[in-house]
Design a protein around this ligand. Structure first.
Ligand code: BGC
Length: 893
C-alpha cells in the first residue's frame, strides 16, 4: 500500500500498461508505462505519481522506485530499476496523486524479457541438406520429460518463415513469422509460453519452414534469394520442471528433417499442397522418423536476433464468399478486398486437384482481373489424398483479393475469406450523415489493415508488396488516427535506420532490398534519397510524436534523422539547391502521362527542395525536444535559407499547380506576406476544376489542409464531396472497398485501367501499375477527423493531451460522431445541426486531457456549454460538455 496519508478514493487507475503490449519476450530497453484515470470528482488533475518496480508480485523486493514525482504525464514514462536481464520477470505498479491525495496502488503489471544476448543462445540454425533444398522442409525432435513442466518458454525464429508445433498444437496464433525486417542486422526472436503444451513422457517439437521474404521471389525485378540461399529454423525450448530441474531442447543436428506436402510456397505465387506427400502424425511422438535425414546446421550471425517489439500478423476478420457455379469453374464472390486467403470446405476424392486463383476485381464479363497482379501468380492448389469432407487452407503465402475462382471436380461446400493484418488495435471511429463518406472511411480502414502486413506495404496483391517509404509518410498521420500503430511504426523505423546507406540516404523501400542487391534495381535509376520518400525518416517519427506524444521515438531516430538531413545537405555540394536528378515527384499526378507517373505537373526540383526544407524544419524541432540547441539552430538556418531561395527562384512556377501551392503552403515555403494570395490561387484552381483531384501521392494528403487552414473550407469540401471521376467518392460508386492507386482504376464505362508503365526494356515482363489497394490517397482521413469529426491533436501538447475541437459543418454534412481512443482515454465529439439550425455537440474528454474549443461560429453566434454562455477559444478539461452554438457557421459548397 502507498504510505501517504490523504487518500483520493474518487480516482481510479485504469489500463496501467507498458509499451510492449505483451507480457513475455520483451526487449531489455527501459520499460515505459502509461495509465488512464477516471474520477468521480470533476476538476481533478494528476499532480504527481510514483512508480515502483519489484521482482515479486507482492512488491516485497523492490528494485526501483521513482518516489514522488510531480507532473501530469500519464504515458511514455520510463520505469525505475536496473537494466533488465535476459529471462527476467519484473513487476511494476503506479500510484497517482491528485489535489485530493493519493490513489491506491494500481494492479501490478508484469513483463518478462526474452533472450537478449548472444551468450544466451545455445540452439543452432538448422535446415535440410541441400543448397536450395525443399521448398518447405519439415523438422522434428522427440524428447522425454520425466517430470511435469512448471514453466516452459520457446524462443524461436527462422531464416524464411515458419510455424512451430508442440505435440501437434501450433505455437501461437500468428502467421508469416518472424515477419520482414532488415534481417542481417535484425531478425526477430519470438517468445512463447508453452508450459501447457508439454507433458510427462515423450514430447515432440516440430516445425515447417518456407522461403518467405528471405529466399523467395520478391522485389522490383522478381529476384530470388534476396537475403540468402538457405532457409533455417532456430528454436530454443527452455523447460523448468516441478523439481526445478532445467532442460533445454535446442535446434541442432540431432533433429530430423524431411520433405513435406507443401510443394511450392511463395508469398507472390501462392502454395501447392500435395496431400499424397503428407506424413500423418509427424508432429506427434508416435511417429517413426527413422527414414528422415538429420538436419544440417546453418550459419547465421546470432547477434542479429532481437526480441520482437511489434505485433505479429494475425487473423483479423472472416467473410463468407458467395459460391457461383459456372461450367468450368466456381466463382467465389467476396464483399471486401482483403489481404489473406481462402479457406475452402470441399467434398472430394483422392487425386482430385483444386486450384484457387485470386483477384481484387472482376472484368466486365465476370472473369477474374489478374493483369493487376503482374507476375504474382496468387494461386493456391491442393491435391487430395483421400475421399470425403475436408477443409483446405494455404500456407506461407497471402493474397490481396476480394474474389477468387476455383477449378476442381470436387464439390465446394463452403468458402471463407480469411483476412490477416499486423494486429494493431483500432483507435479512431468516424460516422457522418453522408453514407459515401462513411464507406470511404471504411475503405481506408481496410487499406490500412491489408497493407500493414508485417511492414507498411504499398499494396498487397501484385509482385511488389514493398515498404515504399513515400506511401508510408503520406499515410502516417491517418494510420496513427485509425489504429494504435505506435509499436508497428517504431519497429519499422528501426529497420529504416538500419538500412540507411553509409552516406545517410534512405532507400525507396524499407526493408531495402536494393541495398542488398543494387544490381536488382531498375537499370539506370538510383532511387535512394528521393524527395517525399526518404523523408519518411523525419516525417513518420514526428507523426508518432504528434499522435502518441512519443518522445522516445524521436530519441531513437535522432541519429537516423540527422544522417538523412546531412545527406541532403551534402548532396548540394555547397550549391543552393539539390542537384537535378530523377525524382518520383508528385507520383501518380493524374495529369501525368499514364505510363510515366513521375512526370507530375509540379516541377520535380521544387518538390525535392521543399521536402528537404521540410525535413530540416522537422529536425530543427526534434533537436529542440531531444537533441541539442546548436544543431537546432543549424537545421533551422538551413531550412529558413532554403525556403527563401525556393520561393524566390521556384515559387512562382510551382504555384501555378495545385500540388505546388499545397506543398508551399503546408511546408511554409510561402512567405507569410504571400499566404493569402497563394491560398486564393489554390482555391481558384480547385474551383476552376470543380473540385477534381489534380495532385498525386505527395500533395493529395496536403491539399485539403492547405485550403482549410487558409480559410478556404468551401473548396476543401467541394473536393471531399465530389462524386464525379477523379474524386475520393467516385470509387465508392464503382463499388470500391479499399483505396485505389489510380483514380480511374475502374473507368466511367466500367472498363479497367490497363495500368501500362514505361519501364526499361527487360525490367518487367508485363509492366502495369493498377492496384486496387494502395493506402496513400486514404490520407484524406486525417483531414476528416480534424475538420468533419472535429478532433485534432496539437503538436504543442502532443498525444491528444490537448485537442483542438474544431468541427466545420457543411451544407453536405449535418452530423458527425467522432471518437478517438487516445492514451488518456476516449475523446469523443458527437455533433449535429438541430432542427432549429443550432449546432449541438456532446464533447467527452478523458482525465488528463484538455480541449481548445474552436466552434463553428458566425458574428451572430452565441455559445453555451452545459447551459452557460462561454466564449470561443475557451480551454476545457476532463469532463462532459453539452455545447450549443446558435447561428453556426455552415460551410456552403
Ligand atoms: C509503388 C508505389 C511507390 C512507387 C514509387 C510503385 O510501384 O506501388 O506506391 O511509391 O512505385 O516509385
Amino acid at each position: 500500500m502507498n504510505n501517504f496519508s490523504e487518500n483520493d478514493s474518487s480516482t481510479q487507475i485504469l489500463e496501467f500498461k507498458t509499451q510492449h503490449g505483451k507480457l513475455i519476450g520483451v526487449d531489455g530497453g527501459p520499460v515505459e508505462v502509461s495509465w488512464k484515470l477516471r474520477s468521480s470528482v470533476s476538476g481533478l488533475e494528476q499532480i504527481g505519481y510514483r512508480i515502483q518496480a519489484s521482482s515479486d508480485p507482492e512488491f516485497k523486493r523492490i528494485v526501483g522506485d521513482t518516489f514522488e514525482q510531480s507532473g501530469s504525464s500519464q504515458f511514455g514514462i520510463s520505469c525505475p530499476g536496473p537494466e533488465l536481464k535476459s529471462r527476467e520477470v519484473r513487476f511494476f505498479r503506479v500510484a497517482v496523486r491528485t489535489q485530493n491525495g493519493w490513489t491506491t496502488w494500481s494492479n501490478p503489471i508484469q513483463v518478462e524479457t526474452g533472450l537478449l544476448h548472444q551468450s544466451d543462445f545455445s540452439a543452432k540454425f538448422i535446415g535440410d541438406n541441400s543448397i536450395t533444398g525443399e521448398p518447405s522442409p519439415i523438422l522434428r525432435k522427440q524428447f522425454l520429460l520425466s517430470h511435469a513442466p512448471k514453466n516452459a518458454r520457446i524462443y524461436s525464429t527462422a531464416l524464411g518463415i515458419y510455424d512451430i508445433y508442440i505435440n501437434g498444437t501450433k505455437v501461437g496464433d500468428s502467421f508469416l513469422n518472424p515477419g520482414w525486417t532488415a534481417y542481417h542486422e535484425r531478425l526477430l526472436l519470438e517468445t512463447h509460453d508453452v508450459t501447457n503444451l508439454l507433458r510427462v513422457g515423450q514430447n515432440v517439437i516440430a516445425a515447417e519452414l518456407s522461403d518467405g521474404w528471405w529466399r523467395g521471389r520478391f522485389g522490383f525485378m522478381n529476384q530470388i534469394e534476396n537475403y540468402g540461399t538457405e532457409i533455417a529454423l532456430f528454436a530454443q525450448l527452455e523447460i523448468t520442471d516441478e523439481c526445478d530441474l532445467a532442460t533445454t531442447i535446442n535446434s541442432d543436428s540431432t533433429w530430423k528433417v524431411s520433405a513435406a506436402e507443401i510443394r511450392q510456397s511463395s508469398i507472390y505465387d501462392g502454395c501447392l499442397i500435395d496431400q499424397n506427400l503428407s506424413q500423418p502424425g509427424w508432429q506427434l511422438p508416435e511417429f517413426d522418423d527413422s527414414t528422415w535425414s538429420y538436419a544440417v546446421e546453418k550459419h547465421h550471425d546470432l547477434s542479429a536476433l532481437k526480441p520482437r517489439t511489434a505485433e505479429p500478423v494475425r487473423e483479423v476478420a472472416r467473410f463468407d464468399l458467395e459460391i457461383e457455379k459456372h461450367h468450368d469453374r466456381s466463382l467465389l464472390r467476396g464483399s471486401q478486398n482483403i489481404s489473406g486467403w481462402v479457406e475452402l470446405t470441399v467434398r472430394g476424392k483422392k487425386g482430385q486437384k483444386i486450384t484457387v486463383r485470386h483477384a481484387e476485381v472482376l472484368e466486365q464479363d465476370g472473369q477474374l482481373h489478374t493483369r493487376a497482379l503482374r507476375e504474382a501468380k496468387a494461386t493456391d492448389a491442393y491435391i487430395l489424398a483421400k475421399d470425403g469432407l475436408q477443409t483446405l487452407t494455404p500456407k506461407f503465402t497471402f493474397h490481396g483479393f476480394q474474389h477468387a475462382d476455383v477449378v476442381t471436380d470436387a464439390e465446394i461446400l463452403k468458402a471463407t475469406a480469411v483476412a490477416i493484418s499486423s494486429e494493431t488495435a483500432r483507435r479512431g471511429w468516424l460516422e457522418t450523415s453522408d453514407k459515401k463518406l462513411n464507406r470511404l472511411h471504411e475503405n481506408v480502414i481496410w487499406s490500412q489493415l491489408d497493407n500493414f502486413v508485417s511492414i507498411p506495404t504499398d499494396c498487397p496483391q501484385r509482385d511488389e508488396r514493398l515498404g515504399w517509404t513515400g506511401d508510408a509518410q503520406a499515410f502516417a498521420a491517418t494510420s496513427n488516427t485509425l489504429f494504435d500503430t505506435q509499436r508497428f511504426w517504431r519497429s519499422w523505423l528501426i529497420d529504416l535506420a538500419l538500412d540507411q546507406h553509409p552516406n545517410g540516404d534512405v532507400g525507396p523501400v524499407v526493408p531495402d532490398l536494393l541495398r542488398l542487391k543494387p544490381e536488382n534495381g531498375v537499370p539506370g535509376w538510383n532511387m535512394n534519397g528521393r524527395a517525399g520518400w526518404a523523408d519518411a525518416a523525419t516525417i513518420v517519427p514526428m507523426s508518432l510524436y504528434e499522435y502518441f506524444g512519443d518522445i522516445k521515438v524521436l530519441q531513437n531516430q535522432l541519429d537516423s534523422m540527422r544522417r538523412w538531413a546531412d545527406a541532403l545537405d551534402a548532396r548540394r555540394k555547397g550549391e543552393k539547391f539539390l542537384p537535378t536528378e530523377f525524382q518520383f515527384g508528385d507520383w501518380c499526378d493524374p495529369d501525368a502521362p499514364g505510363d510515366k507517373p513521375w512526370e507530375s505537373k509540379v516541377p520535380a526540383d521544387f518538390v525535392a527542395n521543399s521536402f528537404f526544407a521540410h525535413t530540416a524544419d522537422l529536425l530543427a524541432q526534434v533537436e529542440l525536444l531531444v537533441g541539442d540547441a546548436a544543431n537546432a539552430k543549424r537545421y533551422r538556418d538551413i531550412c529558413s535559407q532554403l525556403k527563401q531561395d525556393i520561393w524566390l527562384e521556384m515559387g512562382e512556377a510551382a504555384s501555378n499547380t495545385t500540388a505546388g501551392c499545397s506543398i508551399a503552403l503546408e511546408f511554409g515555403i510561402v512567405p507569410d506576406a504571400e499566404r493569402v494570395r497563394v491560398a486564393k490561387k489554390l482555391a481558384d484552381l480547385v474551383r476552376r476544376d470543380k473540385g477534381m483531384i489534380t495532385t498525386g501521392f505527395l500533395a493529395t494528403p496536403l491539399i485539403l489542409h492547405a485550403l482549410s487552414k487558409n480559410g478556404h473550407f468551401s473548396e476543401a469540401y467541394m473536393m471531399l464531396m465530389r462524386q464525379e471521376f477523379r474524386s475520393w467518392l467516385y470509387a465508392i460508386d464503382k463499388g470500391a472497398t479499399t483505396i485505389w492507386e489510380r483514380w480511374d482504376a475502374i473507368r466511367e464505362d466500367g472498363s479497367i485501367h490497363t495500368g501500362e508503365m514505361a519501364t526499361e526494356p527487360g525490367s518487367m515482363d508485363e509492366p502495369s501499375m493498377i492496384s486496387f489497394n494502395h493506402y496513400a490517397y486514404g490520407a484524406v482521413i486525417d483531414w476528416m477527423y480534424r475538420n468533419v469529426g472535429g478532433i485534432a491533436p496539437q503538436l504543442t501538447a502532443p498525444g491528444f493531451t490537448e485537442v483542438l475541437i474544431a468541427p466545420r459543418p457543411s451544407s453536405a454534412i449535418h452530423f458527425a460522431k467522432c471518437r478517438i481512443e487516445t492514451q488518456l482515454g476516449m475523446t469523443s465529439l458527437d455533433w449535429s445541426i438541430g432542427k432549429n439550425g443550432d449546432f449541438e455537440a456532446l464533447l467527452e474528454l478523458p482525465f488528463g486531457s484538455r480541449a481548445n474549443l474552436s466552434l463553428p461560429i458566425t458574428d451572430q453566434s452565441e455559445i453555451f456549454s452545459n447551459g452557460e454562455p462561454i466564449g470561443n477559444g475557451q480551454v476545457v478539461s476532463y469532463g462532459t460538455y453539452n455545447l450549443r452554438v446558435t447561428n453556426p457557421q455552415i460551410i456552403s459548397i
